[in-house]
Ligand binder design. Structure first.
Ligand code: DGJ
Length: 728
């Protein structure tokens, strides 16, 4: 997978090639990244192909004369792995340091390399896990020309998936503290500037709307500065070419194994290259790197495909399932979940919850989750966060859990560990536990809550102790972990003034410390991430939890966009989705949509009528029969995007290609009467019966002709499910 010849590194598998050359200057040039290329030939043909043919000229003080490097290195034009800063390269460096003399010159040059038969792992950060499939890592050591700061660049490649992982580790081998002003995870210089950038913008309850723009000259950025990966933008983005479609053409997907502020930046200039840097957002970032310490940047993930958007997406899904999510949790068949939130919000008693449990059984529920409102003084969102003890006046939790288990159901509970209400015992005892800065006469509230200072070990430990007391006292098999506000005051009483530029990142490290301790102590508990819906849908969180609540919007029309778009970068098994009481559409439609996610319910089950119970039970039995094999572990194809057509459709095919589930929803009725739904991913020569018209066709036919939807009346905004099964 990694070959080396004459300072030319070739990372490759059967489909992709990545050539890196260490030039005479000691800089790492990115010679080629793309489709597999066996023989790169004479690399000077590529290196000299740029518009400007001049080599960079230097003036050597010691010899008092001009010179150029023998291999014609052009400092500001060449594609490189790490641009310099404060020198001639103006494209944007991934790493910027502040030197003892006050200057910011950073210039990393080659020292040595090694090849690892594994992936790097980290104590403090989530990382790509190694599984049984072969992978290798090229680990190159570079040194800053003017200081004792070293950088390891790690680039990993897999044999069985077209994924590259990149990150930097910055090491201080000097004897003074060095401020790091920017610590991105990667740079990638592509030798083309005709790309479109797809990113996923949104807000609370309408997360991940796909926005497509041409990559223009100058800088473009997709980022979050809200202290979490955010509703506003998601760290998953991808590039396409003009003629790329879902099944054809070049696509390069990116993601970051991180849950905090990020910045994905592109820069185009007249040399027709696309310069990409990606990593932690440098806004207010200032990390004081002490002697002998290492700053590890989160790993960036690149998914490459020539098989269109789905090629990239399938790659990403495979990677997330095999190398991000804990495999033991990923492979466990998930119970049908019933969540109390939308049914009763804060308004419940022991008896009402017991009646919910009983009625939720009628629709096949297997795991009952008591959401917000069971702890401290919590009858609304104005108080209680931070006080993780049962509100005995409101609920007899033991009775509820015992009732649940006596009915053969599992029990789950909600926490919001990183937050605190001013009206709480914890705040009254420890006002210094919140994020803010000295001298402020006010601090911003969202939903009446403040953010706990997770950059402090003491604060994290306090919450940990409170949580384990609850978890150890009750039979809990699921935890929903919420996070309902962004960070505004990113400053801490627990750190010196020099370290205030570290707080955004330290808070995320505190989040990882707590979930790591909890998931290690309770390996069998199913954790689900959540942040006011889908405000922290990222690979950092998925490293610890196998699923994340996708959005607080359970209106199926809005949600169809959210789930479809989320599934471009994340597998369906990770997308938390429930059928709710939202009045738009039938329960059947809502449940079918939820089926293309984790599947569960969230309504007042006492109010369900016979028809609704039967619609939901029908989908519950489809869930039990097919979900684990065909949806949670199948291969997903996007057949029709609701954003650029008047129907939404996806098809998930089981690994052995014997079954497929297809979801289809008409938005506006077609005025043109003929419509064939072409499927993808089936075995060409196998024959399948489809549940729509009961016909039997070959996989080839379904791909080339499709299911004929023309003659049927397909109502608007009603989900249809077509089940395809192989026949002899
Ligand atoms: C926001 C979450 O997204 C909801 O599902 C629910 O858990 C509420 N918080 C509870 O406060």
């Amino acid at each position: 997978m990694i070959k080396i010849k004459d300072k030319l590194f070739h990372l490759h598998n059967n489909n992709i090639s990545y050539y890196i050359y260490c030039n005479s200057h000691g800089h790492l040039e990115t010679i080629y990244f793309g489709e597999y290329l066996e023989d790169i030939g004479n690399i000077d043909a590529i290196r000299k192909a740029d518009i400007d043919n001049d080599t960079t000229q230097y003036f050597d003080f010691s010899k008092n004369k001009e010179f150029t490097y023998p291999d014609h290195y052009r400092y500001s034009i060449e594609s490189v792995e790490i641009s310099t800063h404060g020198l001639r390269d103006k494209r944007g460096a991934p790493i910027i340091l502040k030197k003892e003399d006050g200057t910011n010159v950073t210039d990393f040059r080659f020292v040595s390399y090694e090849i690892l038969e594994s992936l790097p792992t980290y104590e403090e950060l989530p990382y790509a896990r190694k599984n049984s499939s072969p992978c290798q890592t090229l680990r190159i050591l570079l040194k800053d020309y003017l200081s004792d700061i070293y950088v390891y660049e790690n680039i990993s490649i897999f044999e069985d998936k077209d994924i590259i992982i990149k990150n930097f580790e910055i090491v201080n081998k000097g004897n003074i503290i060095v401020p790091i002003l920017r610590a991105n995870s990667m740079q990638l210089d592509l030798k083309d500037n005709q790309y479109k950038l797809h990113h996923f913008a949104g807000k609370w309850a309408s997360e991940r709307f796909e926005v497509v723009t041409d990559i223009k000259d100058g800088i473009q950025e997709v980022s979050s500065n809200t202290g979490r990966s955010s509703h506003e933008e998601n760290p998953f983005v991808f590039l396409t070419k003009k003629d790329t479609s879902y099944d054809k053409g070049e696509v390069i997907g990116f993601n970051l194994i991180y849950s905090g502020n990020f910045s994905f930046r592109t820069f185009n200039n007249s040399f027709c290259n696309t310069h990409i840097t990606y990593g932690i957002n440098d806004e207010d970032f200032n990390w004081m790197l002490k002697p002998n310490e290492v700053f590890v940047t989160p790993q960036a993930v690149i998914s490459y495909s020539q098989d269109g958007i789905d090629g990239m997406s399938i790659n990403m899904h495979k990677f997330v399932k095999e190398n991000i999510v804990n495999p033991l949790l990923d492979q466990k068949e998930k119970p049908i979940l019933f969540n109390s939130w939308e049914g009763c919000y804060f308004d419940f008693t022991t008896e009402s919850i017991i009646s919910y449990i009983d009625d939720s059984l009628k629709i096949g529920s297997e795991l009952f989750v008591l959401d917000d409102g069971w702890f401290g003084k919590r009858d609304n969102d104005e108080s209680g966060l931070g006080d993780w003890f049962v509100n005995e006046n409101k609920i007899n939790l033991k009775k509820v859990v015992d009732h649940c288990t006596s009915k053969g159901m599992n029990f789950g509970i909600w926490f919001e560990p990183e937050m605190i209400n001013p009206d709480s015992n914890l705040y009254r005892e420890h006002p210094e536990y919140i994020l803010t800065c000295k001298g402020m006469d006010q601090v911003s509230l969202y939903r009446h809550q403040l953010v706990l200072d997770f950059s402090s070990e003491e604060v994290v430990e306090n919450i940990y102790q409170q949580m384990i007391k609850i978890i150890d006292s009750y039979d809990i098999s699921y935890i929903k972990w919420d996070h309902n506000r962004m960070i505004n005051e990113h400053f801490s009483f627990h750190h010196n003034k020099e370290n205030q530029g570290e707080i955004y990142h330290r808070v995320i490290l505190g989040y990882y410390t707590l979930i790591k301790k909890l998931t290690q102590r309770y390996p069998d508990i199913l954790f689900e991430g959540c942040a006011s819906g889908g405000g922290r849908f990222d690979l950092g969180t998925l490293f610890y939890y196998p699923q994340i609540w996708a959005s607080d919007d359970t209106d199926p029309i809005q949600r169809m966009y959210i789930q479809y778009n989320t599934s471009l970068g994340y597998p369906l098994s990770t997308i938390g989705s429930h059928a709710s009481a939202n009045p738009i559409t039938s329960y059947k439609t809502k449940a079918l949509l939820a089926l293309f996610g984790t599947y569960g319910y969230e309504m007042n089950p006492n109010k369900l009528n016979e028809k609704e119970i039967s619609e939901l039970s029908e989908v519950a039995s489809i869930y039990k029969k097919y979900h684990h094999e065909v949806i949670a572990n199948g291969t997903l194809y996007h057949l029709s995007s609701p954003q650029d057509s008047n129907a939404m459709s996806m098809c998930s095919v089981s690994k052995d290609k014997s079954k497929a589930l297809v979801i289809y929803m008409n938005l506006l009725k077609e005025y043109k009467k003929t419509r064939f739904l072409k499927l993808r991913g089936l075995e060409k020569n196998k024959k399948y019966r489809n549940s729509f018209d009961n016909n039997i066709f070959t996989g080839d036919y379904y791909e080339k002709v499709g299911i004929n939807l023309s003659r049927q009346y397909l109502p608007e905004f009603e989900c249809q499910l077509f089940i395809l099964e192989e026949v002899e």
